[in-house]
Design a protein around this ligand. Structure first.
Ligand SMILES: Cc1cc2nc3c(=O)[nH]c(=O)nc-3n(C[C@H](O)[C@H](O)[C@H](O)COP(=O)(O)OP(=O)(O)OC[C@H]3O[C@@H](n4cnc5c(N)ncnc54)[C@H](O)[C@@H]3O)c2cc1C
Length: 408
């Protein structure tokens, strides 16, 4: 068993930003553990630009963003165990990992879990029909094209208007494939407006809202899909079925934090995000274990994931120095119109920021953080949509009443 200082799990933008921050704060012993042979996380396969406007003040590609973070980490002499997969964490912060030299056990003073998220697959949305080849999640198709130089197909249909699907519609088109259409179950797009314009409109790829794939056809390789319009309850409307011929179906139907390791450790998980329930310091229900980035909740931008991880790093540093303020336990509850909030608990006595997603698209709404009759913070939004994360700064909560976040 090796005893280490602060261990960061995952070397994506969140993990690397946390490690860099820790070193800059003066933490002497920082270790990053990464499953892949290279650092950078999902950014390595995102060769489009649009990353880094907040952190680096310029629009760069994913690999460039990863390279900048990697060189910051190298300059600071941060140790990174690549090719090493964390298998288990125990309540006392002992990490068991499979490394190229065998199984290793490391005891950490504090842990920052930043192991990212996974994509929803065909199984999770239960599309009926055959089980042919040619059905990919958008991230898998992206990895084929951008990391391994392989075309997933020539004639694609995309289900889901999340950013990855939109980006893949453009990528496939640029590589000579035909993209017949993007179909979205909801009555609004799930991706950023700039991606709708730059990835679909600019290439005349139609987007059909309130539509879904209701059947997959083909025995060995996919040959086509049936698409139907859906009603207000998202149920397919009989008689609206239309057949689209294709050799590829790309699914861009959402990301879910991957928390198997934390769940096994006994960390409390929020069923609405699949991420850990954390306090305002981003500390989970197990003292000394923090979570950040897409492993905590899915972020819209890499910059937001890395900024959150830096906050986790500051708090992990305080925890390891015995200075973290965690004297109480109030719940932060998602109220009317809110699907989830981070943090889910308040343990300290200072101001905090609530990050949340709303349940539905609405115009001219105020998001309020309140405790009993008192408003701790509020922000007005001309438009709120579930696909965009919102944050509201709040002053310190007083007393022992729970805090609620609502859309009004
Ligand atoms: C296709 C796509 C397009 C995107 N486009 C944009 C964009 O244009 N602009 C933008 O700002 N953002 C974009 N994003 C979002 C951005 O990439 C993510 O927000 C960001 O990568 C999240 O960072 P992370 O560090 O939390 O997770 P990740 O980047 O996923 O990193 C997690 C790391 O943890 C490692 N890991 C996982 N499990 C273990 C384990 N058990 N042991 C050790 N290591 C482990 C993984 O290998 C990975 O390296 C895009 C995302 C995708 C998928």
């Amino acid at each position: 068993m090796e005893n280490r200082g602060i261990v960061v799990i995952g070397a994506g933008p969140a993990g690397l930003a946390a490690a860099v921050k820790l070193r800059r704060l003066g933490a002497e012993d920082v270790l990053v553990i990464e499953r892949e042979n290279e650092t950078g996380g999902i950014l390595r396969q995102c060769i489009h630009d649009g990353f880094g406007l907040e952190r680096f003040g310029k629009s760069i590609s994913g690999p460039e963003y990863a390279a900048l973070l990697k060189s910051e980490a190298e300059e600071l002499g941060i140790e990174c165990l690549t090719g090493t997969s964390v298998l288990e964490i125990s309540k006392d912060r002992t990490i068991t990992a499979a490394s190229p030299s065998g199984v290793v056990e490391i005891h950490a003073e504090a842990i920052i879990a930043a192991a990212g998220c996974r994509e929803r697959s065909r199984g999770s949305i239960m599309i009926p029909g055959e089980r042919p080849a040619g059905v990919y999640t958008a991230g898998t198709a992206q990895a084929y094209m951008n990391l391994y130089n392989r075309m997933p197909g020539r004639n694609a249909v995309i289900l889901g208007s999340g950013d990855i699907g939109l980006i893949m519609a453009r990528r496939l088109t640029l590589e000579g494939a035909k993209v017949s259409a993007v179909f979205e179950l909801q009555d609004h797009p799930n991706g950023l407006e700039r991606n709708i314009v730059q990835c679909l409109d600019d290439y005349s790829i139609p987007l059909y809202l309130s539509h879904t794939v209701t059947e997959i056809h083909g025995k060995d390789r996919i040959e086509g899909v049936t698409v139907s319009a859906v009603d207000g309850n998202l149920r397919p409307i009989e008689g609206t079925e239309k057949y689209y011929s294709c050799d590829t179906l790309i699914l861009s139907v959402g990301l879910i934090p991957d928390n198997t390791i934390l769940e096994k450790a006994g960390v409390e998980i929020d069923p609405s995000t699949n991420g850990a329930v954390v306090d305002e310091h981003l500390m989970t229900s197990i003292p000394g274990i923090f979570s950040a980035g897409n492993m905590l909740h899915v972020h819209d931008l890499a910059d937001f994931a890395s900024a959150e991880a830096e906050a986790a790093a500051e708090n992990a540093f305080l925890y390891a120095s015995g200075k973290l303020d965690t004297g109480r336990n109030l719940s932060v509850v998602p109220g009317e119109g809110v699907s989830h909030t981070v943090p889910g608990r308040i343990t300290g006595h200072g101001p905090f920021t609530a990050s949340l997603r709303v349940r539905k698209k609405e115009r001219g709404k105020t998001v309020e953080v309140r405790q009993g009759g008192k408003i701790l913070g509020y922000r007005f939004f001309p438009l709120v949509i579930p696909s965009q994360m919102i944050s509201v700064d709040a002053e310190a909560a007083a007393g022992c009443e729970n805090v609620e976040v609502i859309v009004r």
